[in-house]
Design a protein around this ligand. Sequence first.
Ligand SMILES: *[C@@H]1O[C@H](CO)[C@@H](O)[C@H](O)[C@H]1NC(C)=O
Ligand SMILES: *[C@@H]1O[C@H](CO)[C@@H](O)[C@H](O)[C@H]1NC(C)=O
Length: 216
Amino acid sequence: MHQVGGAATSSSSRARRIARRTRDSCAAVLANTLCSLLLGVLLVAGVVLFVLWLGLRPHRPRFHIASFSVAGGLDPDSSPAGASLAFNVTDRNPNRHIGIYYDAVHASVHYYDALVASGPAFAAGWYQPNKTTTSITGLLDVLGPTTTDASWPSFSAAVRAGRVPLRLQLTTAIRFRVTNALHSGRQRMHVSCDLLVGVDGHLLPDSVGAACDRYF
Ligand SMILES: *[C@@H]1O[C@H](CO)[C@@H](O)[C@H](O)[C@H]1NC(C)=O
Ligand SMILES: *[C@@H]1O[C@H](CO)[C@@H](O)[C@H](O)[C@H]1NC(C)=O
């Protein structure tokens, strides 16, 4: 009796063991399947997001210098201070579906580190629709360099040589508009155009249409 009881006990414990093993392996299979499913879903979602991002990713606007002139030209013997300076920078929004909001634009012109002119270009912000080109134009009063500035001898020599390297910098902030309800955050943008001006105060031919750098 005892023996039989012992056999029954051991066979029922074997059955329990088998049941447990079956349950464990079922759980393992289920966990594996769920894991694979989850990984698959994540992968597909990742690919979809990547493709959407490639298609919708906003491209920053592109800038080129169209014209620049110091009225009355430059003179190696007297400071241009008091003259007026006009510029025209073309601004292309390359996005097929995304418009760009601009804040007011501030412009400054430097000869190396010396300030030549500074002031507002566009005092108010504006909206540039998708795939359009606009012009940022400005009229500034020339402030220097004056004949007593440290940069004067070098500026005067550059005028005499007929090649004055100037840097026009535009500072603003932009926001991308995807739809009426979906805008990007505001980001600051600096546009820097290196240009060469001749004695007549106008751009040298190789500077006309030159691309400007952008910093964010
Ligand atoms: C600025 O330059 C562009 C390209 O040359 C021209 O189409 C536009 O009329 C100019 N704007 C002004 C105000 O001169
Ligand atoms: C500008 O975007 C709108 C909306 O996505 C689109 O319908 C329109 O065709 C786009 N315009 C151009 C010139 O691509």
